[in-house]
Ligand binder design. Structure first.
Ligand SMILES: *Cc1c(COP(=O)(O)O)cnc(C)c1O
Length: 417
């Protein structure tokens, strides 16, 4: 009733979920650097535990208190409520890294004998977990690319005899580092075709590249969304964190496994992320505006062979149609092929003066890296070839600096190639 007006998420990032009166009137949520919380009575402690361990549902007017920082902590709970606003998710759980968010989802929804259907390419750490760790637990990964149609994918699964075994469809879109787009509606259809009365097929999307701002996978059929909050959500290259969001029935399972793996983020990380969320939209908008100018500059440069940027997709192509359907912005990740090979790419990277040579992305400062030998060095040679991750490919994450300075730096570094 108080919120008779619908406020946009960016208007609520400073206040949502926090009651100053509970913290001496402090305008900002303090850092609750505490392991445990004092109960007012034994009865209260009992009641909190009954709900936390799922022995009963919360009563409609029941105010639940805090128990222990592995289960809940104000810096995490308020952060999770704020993150839910961008994706309009029922629930969110924050993790100590993007990889812990991703691995927890995979461990919760897969069992020995099951198959995970995943989009290729995926983040290097995810690829390693799917292809090197999960097989040790009897779980098999089958990859699909953005060039495969619904029937191609279903036929491929049939050929593997895996029709009854797929339990999780895991999609990263736009794909890193080439910005290839996957159609989430198509992924949902594939999952529904593979579901039976005995088994559900859950669709999970890694939305790290688009932050929570420019793509909302839950609206396109996904059940869960995961983030490396290290990237745009954190946005300052000063923390590691992850998040999972989605429908309540799935989030309850994710949260319970988090409680017992103990891989929640700590209060200090939670506090830093709340601070980051206040500027999420202004940061990302500035980064995207800079990226347009950088991509246009690269496209016209004689030493550049090809630019991979969503704002340059050709109208009428399938990729363009997916872009129009799923994304509200071309983002701030720009990759390009320099003319030549590894030598030229390395010369470019070694000549940069403002842009930092580092992996990671989404931060306030611009970053450059060489996917073939860095983030994607673990990907098989055939996969690298098939997905265009060659020795001449350079990946840029565009920051909030003045666009003219970013372009000046790229121009002087290209001159040395
Ligand atoms: C960085 C990244 C991850 C892993 O996140 P960490 O926070 O480094 O554990 C997962 N997915 C994508 C797309 C990423 O860029």
């Amino acid at each position: 009733m108080m919120n008779s007006r619908y406020f946009h998420p960016e208007s609520l990032m400073m206040s949502h979920g926090y009651k100053p009166a509970l913290s001496e009137g402090a305008i900002k949520c303090p850092i609750f650097q505490t392991s445990t919380f004092v109960f007012n009575s034994a009865e209260e402690g009992k009641a909190f535990f009954e709900v936390a361990y799922g022995q009963r549902e919360k009563q409609p007017n029941e105010e639940l208190g805090l128990i222990y920082s592995r289960l809940n902590n104000p810096d995490l709970q308020i952060l999770e409520e704020r993150l839910c606003l961008w994706d309009e998710a029922d629930e969110c759980a924050v993790f100590e890294s993007g990889m812990s968010a991703i691995s927890t989802v995979m461990l919760e929804f897969l069992r020995p004998g099951d198959v995970i259907l995943y989009s290729k390419p995926v983040y290097g750490g995810t690829d390693h977990f799917v292809n090197k760790v999960l097989p040790q637990y009897g779980i098999k990964g089958i990859g699909f690319t953005s060039l495969q149609s619904e029937s191609d994918i279903l036929e491929m699964i049939d050929a593997y005899g895996a029709k009854d075994k797929v339990k999780l469809v895991y999609v990263e879109t736009p794909a890193n580092p080439t910005n290839a787009l996957f159609d989430l509606e198509l992924c949902r259809k594939v999952a529904d075709k593979l579901a039976t009365e005995e088994k559900e097929v859950v669709v999970c999307v890694d939305n790290t590249y688009m932050g929570p701002l420019w793509q909302h996978p839950l609206k396109h059929g996904a059940d869960l969304v995961v983030y490396s909050a290290t990237k745009y959500i954190g946005g300052h290259s000063d923390l590691i964190a992850g998040a999972v969001l989605g429908k309540q029935k799935y989030m309850q399972r994710v949260r319970t496994l988090r409680t017992f793996l103990g891989n929640m983020a700590g209060p200090w990380t939670g506090w830093l992320l709340m601070r980051s969320l206040e500027t999420l939209k202004v940061r990302m908008q500035q980064q995207a505006e800079n990226a347009v100018k950088v991509a246009d500059f690269l496209a016209d440069h004689p030493k550049v062979e090809k630019v991979y940027y969503l704002g340059h997709l050709k109208e009428g192509t399938e990729q363009y149609q997916i872009f129009k359907k799923q994304l509200s912005c071309a983002g701030a990740m720009v990759s390009f092929d320099v003319k030549g090979g590894e030598q030229e790419a390395f010369k470019f990277l070694n000549s940069l003066k403002l842009i930092k040579l580092a992996v990671s992305l989404g931060s306030t400062e611009s970053l450059a890296e060489h996917p073939a030998t860095m983030t994607h060095s673990d990907v098989s040679i055939e996969d690298k070839q098939a997905m265009g991750i060659s020795a001449k490919l350079v990946r840029l994450s565009i920051g909030v600096e003045h666009h003219a300075d970013i372009i000046w730096d790229i121009e002087q570094a290209l001159e040395r190639c």
